[in-house]
Design a protein around this ligand. Sequence first.
Ligand SMILES: NC(=O)c1ccc[n+]([C@@H]2O[C@H](COP(=O)([O-])OP(=O)(O)OC[C@H]3O[C@@H](n4cnc5c(N)ncnc54)[C@H](O)[C@@H]3O)[C@@H](O)[C@H]2O)c1
Length: 323
Amino acid sequence: MKKILITGGAGFIGSNFATINQDKYEITCLDNFFLGDEKNLANANVKFVKGDACKTEDLEKCGKNFDAVIHLAGTSSAPMFMDDGFAEGYRNSVESFAKTIEFARKSGAKKFLYASTSSLYGNNPLPLLESDSLSDPLNHYSVTKKVYEDTSKCYHKVYPEMDIFGFRFMSVFGKNEESKGKYANIISQFLWDMVRDREIVIYGDGEQFRDFTNVADIVQALTLAIETPENFGNKIYNVGRGESMSLNEIVTTLQKVIGKEAKVKYIENPVKEGYIKGQHADITKISNELGFSPKVSLIDGITEIFENLNIERIKETSSEDFR
Ligand SMILES: NC(=O)c1ccc[n+]([C@@H]2O[C@H](COP(=O)([O-])OP(=O)(O)OC[C@H]3O[C@@H](n4cnc5c(N)ncnc54)[C@H](O)[C@@H]3O)[C@@H](O)[C@H]2O)c1
């Protein structure tokens, strides 16, 4: 059985990976509960280490000789870099990346996987292609992810024995987002608002669109990378459904699943600079090279969140907070 380490393993994507793959792999999760929650791992038979991915001594507590290390820890969205979060956001993201990739190689990992983001594309023409030239970064979060990608290029030239995979995740939705509170995906936030009988607040006319991708399909992409043969190289892949849905369509789908009318308030978009109007990925590269094929439809993914909803676990949030 392959041994896998996930930094940020008690977070949204990490805990879904651990739960789905608990019988396939021997999994260790490291998390400092910056945003994650041990409750996310309640149904996962994995080893858990409370610790900081910026600290080599905490990484060493996780063990060694991992077949793959998946780096998901870090400051996981743009709004966290606002105000007081700015310098700490850089420190946490970049330092945890550098410490984890070094730990992975030195402890004998064959593969290192990390989360990049579709935000790197900004408002590039659609569909988004890995070979696109990237415009000026929209925010500090995107800068940190570009650092991950560029660092990986240099790192792999020096240490080609460890394969490296960077994933430009599109807009990820699914179970286990309660601990992210106001930083959760818009689908969860709208659903939570509807369940709590609150208004859904939409910036602009609601026609902005995203490539909403279920977390189980993100897990599929990570798993396919772990299973590649050795000497696969240093790769960057889009992970998405390759199609998009507007916020208005999301509201319509939520109404269908929950069986109730949403109260929607449209407000002028307060984000004047760098707001992404619409995105969807070209997924030809990951489909051809790894055999990726998205499986979970929007309606099935939303139904799953609704059926697993634990209202007590939702932190105090409002969909007005962030986009
Ligand atoms: N969710 C999305 O839509 C999306 C899209 C693109 C990229 N990503 C990236 O994927 C990764 C995982 O995202 P997520 O949605 O699961 O976010 P998340 O915030 O739920 O998960 C990150 C986890 O890392 C932990 N963490 C943070 N800093 C740490 C540190 N120094 N040491 C140990 N643990 C630490 C947090 O407690 C949290 O559990 C992030 O890098 C994020 O930037 C996510």
